[in-house]
Design a binder for this molecule. Structure first.
Ligand code: PLP
Length: 455
């Protein structure tokens, strides 16, 4: 059936829409981060993907305006990645990575370091962005304990920050919907969001807002540096609707973290490997943190994988304080850390990112996306537009008391028109495939414009 669908969506002709197959009872699958009731009443089934397009069960080609979930910047089903996974599955499908190793884990760690800022050169593998968040937070606490400063336990994040859905991540995260149901988790406090009225409709990095970094001084005055382990921020907040950092803001956070001996963690699960037109947000914005969390684009989304990359001094502290050499220096790790299929996919993905000049392609998209998305400024319901690299967020004015409804309605209309864009909170999010053509970008923006006039 998949082959028939692919034939149907072959180049140059619009496919006939066919009836959706019967999938039986959809009730058994509790879908993640989804309106289960709405979906099951009106399923949107994706049965294939090639390049910049998803293919639905009616044989429609749908432009993937969020690169999967910020995962597939190089487009779907990249043949070299597919081949690498298949070959690996036939050779070594799983390897116990506690106390044993497989070569690709070590090769991949070394390869990842090529893309990181100088000094961040030790790689701990996880299975996802959420696991990377919690791993980095645990490492930060353990690091200070190993250095004889066991009281440094408090974790700082930022309002509107997103660090996944595990307990550490939702504690430092600042998106209320992800926290409200779960009660008190890990001790944490937060900086303000960098979303300011003065920056509405700003193009690229906002001019105003560097002063918000000074709030770190206030949190230090409140909690005392001797109790604070780390600050975690996304260099560009993605899930809250694409919030680029104000000019000078990240630099000031770095200075204050140095001043107060607070570890600075960049959560680069979205910004890592091209989204902001460079290998990392650290590189794009010129600030080197102590740890970088990555996931998503690492394997081009083909196999789940994440990692935390740390400064060598952090790793060395664990080794020096590790006791006898047969002892585990950091009692932390996942069954699927450095899974062989993920390592194979990531090695192929990193090769392609480099050989195909993907960071430069993402950077080249930035001014085009900026012009295109800001052309929507005067459309109905548009309350703000932000852009950074190949990402953009369009905030829509809310229905009274229903902030998420209008972006949801817009995303559903877009889907009907053959375009996928994610909606989160009050914002439509765009994360273009790095290989997006001018025509594809125009078509997406036209479709968003038409949608805004219809809803
Ligand atoms: C910055 C950031 N951190 C963590 C995560 C969580 O990643 P995952 O969904 O792979 O657990 C995300 C996901 O979007 C993210 O954007």
């Amino acid at each position: 059936m998949f082959k028939q669908l692919l034939d149907k969506v072959g180049l140059g002709h619009s496919p006939q829409q066919s009836a959706a197959p019967d999938y039986g009872n959809l009730d058994y699958h509790w879908m993640p981060s989804s309106g289960n009731r709405q979906f099951k009443a009106n399923p949107r089934m994706i049965v294939g993907a090639r390049g910049n397009y998803l293919i639905d069960d009616r044989g429609r080609k749908i432009f993937d305006g969020l690169s999967g979930l910020w995962t597939c910047g190089m487009g779907h089903s990249q043949p070299k990645i597919v081949e690498a996974i298949a070959a690996q599955a036939g050779q070594l499908d799983f390897s116990p990575t506690f106390q044993f190793g497989h070569p690709k884990a070590f090769q991949l760690a070394q390869r990842i370091v090529d893309f990181m800022p100088a000094g961040l050169n030790r790689v701990f593998f996880t299975g996802s962005g959420s696991e990377s968040a919690d791993t980095s937070l645990k490492m930060a606490r353990a690091y200070w304990r190993k250095r004889g400063m066991a009281s440094k336990t408090k974790l700082l994040g930022r309002i509107k920050g997103y660090h996944g859905v595990n307990f550490g991540g939702i504690s430092v995260g600042g998106i209320v919907g992800n926290r409200a149901l779960y009660g008190h988790a890990v001790e944490a406090d937060h900086l303000s969001s960098t979303l300011l009225a003065e920056n509405l409709f700003c193009r690229g990095l906002p001019e105003h807002g560097a002063h918000l970094a000074e709030q770190l001084e206030e949190l230090v005055m409140l909690h005392d540096a001797s109790n604070i382990a780390a600050l975690i921020v996304e260099p560009m907040a993605g899930s809250a609707g694409v919030l680029p950092p104000p000019v000078g803001y990240l630099q000031r956070l770095r200075e204050l973290c140095d001043k107060h001996q607070i570890l600075l963690i960049f959560d680069e699960v979205i910004t890592g490997f091209g989204r902001v037109g460079a290998a990392t947000g650290a590189e794009a914005f010129g600030v080197v943190p102590d740890m970088i969390n990555i996931a998503k684009q690492l394997t081009n989304g083909a196999v789940p994988m994440g990692a935390v990359v740390v400064k060598q001094t952090i790793y060395d502290t664990f080794m020096e304080q590790g006791g006898p050499d047969y002892m585990v220096e950091l009692p932390h790790g996942y069954t699927y850390s450095a899974h062989p299929l993920a390592c194979a996919a990531a090695l192929a993905s990193l090769d392609l990112l480099e050989s195909e000049g993907m960071f430069a392609r993402s950077a080249a998209l930035a001014p085009k996306l900026e012009d295109a998305v800001h052309s929507l400024r005067d459309h109905p319901h548009v309350a703000d537009i932000r852009n950074c690299g190949s990402a953009a967020g369009i905030t829509l004015a809310s229905y009274p008391g229903e902030p998420a409804r209008r972006p949801f309605e817009a995303a559903m209309k877009l889907w009907d028109k053959g375009f996928y864009a994610r909606y989160g909170g009050d914002t439509l999010q765009i994360g273009l495939p790095f290989t997006t053509s001018d025509d594809e970008l125009s078509a997406l923006i036209d479709a968003i414009g038409a949608t805004l006039r219809e809803i």
